[in-house]
Design a protein around this ligand. Structure first.
Ligand SMILES: *Cc1c(COP(=O)(O)O)cnc(C)c1O
Length: 386
């Protein structure tokens, strides 16, 4: 059992990993050695299977660095220098995509629906009809800053209908939320080791159409982030171009083994959904209110309004939770006080019941009678959802 010295991370990556995933890192691998090349090959094949690529239309390109390195690699490799991207933003990660495109000097248009609302097909339809020069649509699958689950199926459908290409940041969703390339047309999507597959940080991966990887030659602004080159070298030699995160790869293979034992994506979704429901029901009973209405609430991470009571302080609440063995996450909303609790990682509903008890104990210590937010926060949500 985790103790306060070794707390549960209720955060969207890095997250709590299984003991055997950590133990898999207790040895050293040579990057050139055939054993490690076989590990890389297994990892790529396993991820393509999770993505449903049965026809071999796609390939998987792992890349060193955190998730944002892979997002930048995807944008720089697939949006051509004379391309134009439509960014569907509703939180910090969508904004980061726009910032990345600005750094890359790729022209882009941002459609921002704020913190509470998803992008909808009708708006994308209108924007694509009005802007013939848009070549790519970029969307975040689960916007981890609020926990909203964006409707990528309808976005994919309208993007394909207009003959444009779709790029998805599925960082915090892939592996738990369905994303099957047989039914969801996309050019590429990206995720990383330390999200729903429950590995340790160190690399991410892009799953892209073989045709897109072929066509990406010469597009990238960066050698280290050139997906075409990483893919080409990996396919010819079995190796990563530069020092691979060997221990993180070994841990990831163990995490994939556990993922398969759990029943793959469906099994993981069931556990995370149960985690969320136990946690949300318990916190609501304490008076807390989630930011999002149930329809858009992901099983990945949930944002709660901060309680309105004058004695509530997030910093003190955080320390009280940590002392009980739980690391929670600050909010990332633009205009209301909030905090977040993640549902992902190697933890289950029994842990979530203890999280709820710990929240209740922390409120009592603070002298806050309940978790009820200010009416103004709720009114803002109702107004936006109307
Ligand atoms: C975690 C995450 C990222 C990547 O963040 P890094 O800190 O670079 O790993 C990107 N997009 C989303 C939606 C995420 O949840």
């Amino acid at each position: 059992m985790n103790t306060p010295a070794d707390p549960y991370l209720l955060t969207p990556g890095p997250l709590t990993t299984a003991a055997s995933t950590k133990a898999a890192m207790q040895r050293d691998w040579g990057s050139w050695d055939a054993d490690f090349r076989a590990m890389t090959a297994r990892l790529r094949a396993a991820l393509l299977a999770v993505a449903g690529d049965t026809n071999g239309d796609y390939d998987c390109v792992p890349l060193q660095g955190s998730g944002s390195y892979c997002v930048e690699a995807m944008l720089g490799s697939f949006v051509p220098r004379n391309g134009h991207a439509l960014v569907l933003a509703n939180g910090a990660y969508g904004k980061r995509i726009a910032t990345t495109l600005r750094y890359l000097g790729r022209s882009h248009t941002v459609h921002d629906t704020g913190d509470y609302l998803p992008p909808r097909a009708a708006d994308v339809d209108r924007l694509l009809a009005a802007h013939e020069d848009i070549t790519h649509v970029v969307v975040v699958h689960c916007e981890t800053s609020s926990g909203i689950l964006n409707p990528i199926e309808e976005i994919a459908e309208v993007t394909a209908r207009h003959g444009r290409r779709l790029l998805i940041d599925s960082m915090s969703a892939f592996g738990a939320v369905p994303l099957d390339v047989r039914t969801l047309p996309c050019e590429a999507f990206v995720s990383s080791a330390n999200k729903c597959i429950e590995g340790v940080p160190g690399f991410g991966f892009v799953i892209a159409k073989q045709s897109a990887l072929q066509a990406a030659k010469g597009n990238s602004h960066s050698l280290a982030l050139d997906l075409h080159d990483q893919w080409d070298v990996m396919n010819r030699t079995g190796q990563w171009r530069f020092t691979p995160p060997t221990h993180a790869v070994a841990a990831f293979l163990e995490a994939l083994r556990l993922f398969e034992i759990e029943g793959g994506q469906a099994g993981r979704l069931a556990r995370y959904t149960r985690n969320r429901d136990v946690m949300v029901d318990g916190l609501r009973a304490l008076g807390f209110e989630p930011l999002l209405t149930a329809a858009w609430r992901s099983p990945i991470i949930v944002t709660f309004f901060s309680p309105a009571h004058a004695s509530f302080s997030f910093e003190r609440f955080y320390e009280l939770m940590k002392a009980q063995g739980f690391i929670i996450y600050p909010g990332k909303l633009t205009n209301v006080e909030s905090f977040r609790i993640g549902c992902i990682g190697a933890l289950d509903e029994h842990v979530m019941r203890r999280v709820v008890e710990a929240c209740g104990a922390a409120l009592r210590t603070l002298g806050v009678p309940d978790g009820a937010p200010a009416h103004a926060s709720l009114d803002a949500r109702e107004a936006l959802a109307a």
